[in-house]
Design a protein around this ligand. Structure first.
Ligand code: A3P
Length: 311
């Protein structure tokens, strides 16, 4: 007889399903859409993770500047200026140094936190929405740094990313359909707007717990924003030179051209090159029609602006 599925497996089967960009299945759990293989790891993380007071959790939905935030926070937490020989950003992609919990840690059994983070404090990342974070993260001293981005640039970044990894040899997915999925929230870790909103509202209530950053602010005033991250994480900078040096180490140009990021991949089917593209604000102007812009703007206006958040 076939083994009886356990409760989790049974409930996983019953989750609403959708097709993402005619290329892959996604399933809805707790109001958000995920690649089905990530839901069980996310459930295990939620019910078993034991946060420590000095843990640092980076959080973001997709394509909002995660790779940049990981690199910067990693350098800040290391608290030292490396010599050319021991700059570990040159030996591994930033996603190796700051693993994404649901796709890189809880996807293994038992979860392998230590090989990545043998040092204390632990520096981790998640794309999961605030509502499903483990209680121990919410109630402990764990600090959270969230990065958000303008929805139109996020959408265009996502469009390039999935076009390049899902069907690299085919025509790009029609942009009108991508806009539709984005505004309806039917995409990995979507809806975008609710994801951003949850962290935003929580950061307003508990600014000492959650630092809410915007990709555009980091581009506009990198020194000011990086200094803010340092202060928040209890690693204030000694002077401007230190900040400039971290910014240089984590610059898109530098990371993109490192051998380690031109080759290989840290996650299956996702080449390291796909994390680095243009990194500019307003690239959406090169792609979206007036109607598409109106659609995204209207969605954003309805969902975000009542809370005082303008992206
Ligand atoms: P674009 O596609 O607009 O170029 P994520 O890291 O969350 O997947 O987000 C990817 C976006 O961040 C991409 O945006 C990518 O180019 C940009 N990015 C990656 N590394 C960066 C860095 N070091 N500095 C600035 N932007 C970076």
């Amino acid at each position: 007889p076939s083994p009886t599925p356990n409760k989790d497996e049974k409930s996983l089967k019953e989750l609403p399903k959708a097709r993402f960009w005619e290329a892959m299945d996604i399933a809805q759990w707790e109001g958000y859409w995920f690649e089905p293989g990530l839901i069980k790891p996310a459930m295990t993380f939620k019910s078993t993770f034991n946060a420590q007071n000095d843990d640092v959790l980076l959080a973001s939905t997709m394509k909002t500047g995660t790779t940049w935030l990981k690199s910067l926070s990693f350098c800040i937490m290391q608290n030292k200026t490396p010599t050319t020989n021991d700059d570990v950003l040159t030996t591994e992609n930033p996603h190796f140094h700051v693993p994404t919990i649901e796709s890189m840690i809880y996807s293994t059994k038992p979860p392998e936190i230590d090989p990545y983070n043998s040092s204390s404090p632990r520096l981790l990342h998640t794309h999961l929405p605030y509502a499903v974070l483990p209680d121990s993260i919410k109630t402990s001293g764990t600090k959270i740094v969230y990065i958000a981005r303008n929805p139109k640039d996020t959408l265009i970044s996502m469009w390039h990313f999935f076009n390049s990894i899902l069907k690299p040899d085919l025509d790009p997915f029609p942009l009108e359909k991508a806009v539709d999925c984005f505004c309806n929230g039917v995409h990995q870790y979507g809806p975008f707007f609710e994801h951003v909103l949850e962290y935003w509202l929580e950061s307003q209530k508990r600014p000492e717990k959650i630092l809410f950053l915007k990709y555009e602010d980091l581009k506009r005033d990198p020194k000011g924003e990086v200094s803010k991250i340092g202060e928040f994480l209890g690693r204030p900078f000694g002077g401007e030179e230190e900040i400039e040096e971290i910014l240089e180490r984590c610059s898109l140009e530098r990371l993109k051209n490192l051998e380690v990021n031109k080759n290989g991949s840290i996650l299956m089917n996702v080449p390291n090159t796909s994390y680095f593209r243009k990194g500019v604000v307003g690239d959406w102007k090169n792609y979206l029609t007036v109607e598409m812009v109106e659609r995204v703007n209207e969605t954003s206006r309805v969902k975000l602006e009542p809370s005082g958040l303008f992206l």
